[in-house]
Design a protein around this ligand. Structure first.
Ligand code: COA
Ligand code: AMP
Length: 629
């Protein structure tokens, strides 16, 4: 061990040695002899001659080492009144059997399988089963609508889909199967078969290509893990970019396994036999990394929670889960804590539970506002650790490495870069800025293991989105600064990506939907600050000439239609509820909509009028609407 400074320095000065040593705690069919292949930048590859299987490492390895009877996964579902524990031996068997099902359906090495699943253990089982066969999974968040699912099906071209009859959202049952059927109807690529987990809350009607999960596992024979190259894709995870077309982030196997396995004791301070509770969703990167893969790689117990922080049925559920499972590290998004604070400002529910085992609360996914930080720290009396990462990076870029040493916490900062992350801040000309000055946050290449390989089917977009703004650097898309002590401060996205309740969404995607309405001439969607969700989208539409906007009830009807279109085409998770009809949108002389200026005004800032504005009177007219005056 060593101090943070020593460990970070060793990751920079002896990159090969540092990461090769980190691979030693995993099982390899062929242990890597070198760490990084730099022959084709910016397409770096980790452990190019290594071979392993991540499902073996997450399950069989622990059973072989005598942890078979230890809890691997606890499914806690207040919305269905279910609690079920899988030991490592049981989880390995379920995964092996489901891998057998997939194999019988023709799934093998390199095939894609798209998962559209609620928060049930079968989601994790299906992910690990794909990995066991060397197949590539792509989990699509259940809050996305059929059309979004269809876009992902077309891009990933899966052989098989895995879904469930329904998900449970608070008190509502959401039928997934009709959404799955509609997505397949909309997509050009047609998967060969769909495995459907029937849930008693809403049984799905099955078609010719549908396979009942329970029936299929009854007759399947278990499949052994197959060796794959370290550099082989483990999964594709779609995330929002600036346009409506999602980016298929491709993750490797060996680099990811190594980075996650390193992060568990060093960042999260979770070791074998300890319990971690990550309240997120398997559809997001946080769920992939810290509900499924990392805790299992570490031989820990992971809690898979199907419920909300509040309302299922109360604001004490997180505390109950922590107490019942002796959780030592909890991880969620700040928005979940804001929801609890709103419901139970004095934190009275904590008194009902024994939280003495809880050592840390980790928060990420959006900016941690100092007020939420203070409330959570005072309530729990433990370190509350803000850490910063992205779907693309797979694990934290910056954190307070609790397992190494707890560095001083500066509210508003996710602390310092983790090993291998050479974080810098550049101005628009690509020159480093002084400490304390805001700019584009970038990472000097190569990035450490675990970060994205490329975008699925689109090396060109990978280079153009991330690698071309500043040669030799990965563009995070976040703006902010480093202070004199090397602390990172992330102030927000510099592109059209927004973060709503910790969910990453594209305003460009929402604009594409609004623009599809017959009466809309042009539109803009911006993310504005929201005390609960961090940000929420607001839409502004300009009508086509000839539309009779004065007709009785017209605006209300239009608003309803637009909100419904976004819900229908992107999903409820987009949370676009506020659309205003305006006479014009402020633009530059070259015709670019001044979204940043609009956002600043809506957030109540004293926003300067850009010198490039075409017609300042348009902005004057819009100002009261933006400020809701
Ligand atoms: N399937 C179907 N619908 C879903 C869904 C899913 N998996 N997840 C969310 N939705 C729906 C919600 O029901 C809601 O619908 P509504 O507009 O009809 O009410 C809508 O999408 C918006 O959801 P959300 O933004 O999550 O708001 P919420 O009010 O339902 O819940 C929080 C707010 C804070 C409680 C919730 O966002 C939360 O628990 N967040 C935790 C953070 C998190 O998981 N972040 C992920 C990355 S770490
Ligand atoms: P996602 O890819 O969904 O994980 O979203 C990544 C984005 O969330 C980042 O680019 C940031 O804009 C934001 N984000 C994540 N964690 C933090 C954090 N700790 N502080 C500020 N922003 C964050």
């Amino acid at each position: 061990m060593g101090t943070y400074e020593e460990i970070f320095r060793s990751s920079v000065e002896d990159r090969e040695g540092f990461w090769l040593r980190a691979t030693e705690s995993l099982d390899w069919y062929k242990a890597p002899t070198r760490a990084l292949d730099e022959s084709n930048p910016p397409f770096y590859r980790w452990f190019p001659d290594g071979e392993l299987n991540i499902s073996h490492n997450a399950l069989d390895r622990h059973v072989d080492a005598g942890r078979g009877e230890q809890a691997a996964l606890v499914y806690d579902s207040p919305v269905t009144g279910t609690k079920r524990t899988y030991t490592y031996a049981q989880l390995r068997d379920e995964v092996a059997t489901f891998a057998g099902v997939l194999r019988d359906l023709g799934v093998g090495y390199g095939d894609r399988v798209v998962l559209y699943m609620p928060m049930v253990p079968e989601a994790a089982i299906a992910m690990l089963a794909c990995a066991r066969l060397g197949a590539i999974h792509s989990v699509v968040f259940g809050g996305f609508a059929a059309k979004e699912l269809a876009v992902r099906i077309d891009d990933a071209a899966p052989k098989v889909m895995v879904s469930a009859s329904c998900g449970i959202e608070g008190k509502r049952v959401i039928e997934y199967k009709p959404l799955l059927d509609k997505a397949i109807e909309l997509s050009t690529h047609k998967p060969e078969r769909n495995v459907v987990l029937q849930r008693p809350q809403a049984e799905a009607s099955m078609g010719e290509k549908d396979v009942d999960w329970a029936e299929a596992v009854r007759t399947a024979t278990p499949a052994d893990p197959v060796p794959v190259r370290s550099t082989d894709p483990l999964y594709i995870l779609y995330t929002s970019g600036t346009t409506g077309k999602p980016k298929g982030v491709v993750r490797d196997t060996g680099g990811y396994a190594t980075a996650l396995n390193w992060s568990m004791p060093n960042v999260y301070d979770v070791g074998p036999g300890e319990a971690m509770f990550t309240a997120s969703d398997v559809g997001w990167v946080v769920g992939h990394s810290y509900i499924v893969y990392a805790p299992l790689l570490a031989g820990a117990t992971t809690v898979l929670y199907e419920g909300k922080p509040v309302g299922t049925p109360d604001a004490g559920q997180f505390w109950r889960v922590i107490a019942e499972n002796d959780v030592t590290s909890m991880f969620t998004a700040p928005t979940a804590f804001r929801a609890i604070k709103k419901e139970d400002p004095d934190g009275t529910f904590t008194k009902d539970y024994d939280l003495s085992k809880l050592k840390y609360l980790f928060l990420a996914g959006e900016r941690l506002d100092p007020e939420t930080y203070r409330w959570a720290s005072e309530l729990l009396g433990i370190p509350v650790i803000d850490h910063w990462w992205q779907t693309e990076t797979g694990w934290p870029i910056a954190a307070d490495p609790a397992g190494i040493e707890l560095l001083e916490i500066k509210p508003g900062s996710p602390t310092r870069p983790m090993p291998g992350w050479d974080v810098q801040v550049l101005d628009t000309d690509g020159k480093p800025v002084e400490a304390g000055t805001d700019g584009a946050i970038v990472v000097k290449l190569p990035m450490p293991p675990g970060s994205l390989l490329t975008l699925w089917n689109d090396d060109e977009r990978f280079v153009q989105s991330y690698m071309s703004a500043f040669s030799g650097y990965y563009l995070t898309g976040d703006g902010g600064h480093l202070d004199g002590d090397g602390y990172v401060f992330v102030m927000g996205r510099t592109d059209d990506v927004i973060n709503v309740a910790g969910h990453r969404l594209s305003t460009g995607g929402m604009e594409e939907v609004l623009a599809g309405h017959a009466d809309v001439a042009e539109c803009a969607v911006i993310g504005v600050a929201d005390t609960m969700k961090g940000q929420i989208p607001r839409g502004f539409v300009v009508l086509k000439s000839g539309v009779d906007a004065d007709a009785d009830g017209y605006e209300e009807k239009l608003r309803g239609e637009l909100v419904e279109m976004v819900r229908d085409q992107i999903g409820a998770v987009a949370s676009l509820k506020d659309v205003a009809v305006v006479p014009a949108l402020p633009k530059t002389r070259s015709g670019k909509i001044l979204r940043k200026t609009m956002r600043g005004i809506a957030d109540g800032h004293d926003e300067p009028v850009p010198s490039t504005i075409d017609d300042a009177s348009v902005l004057d007219t819009l100002r009261p609407v933006l400020r809701r005056e």
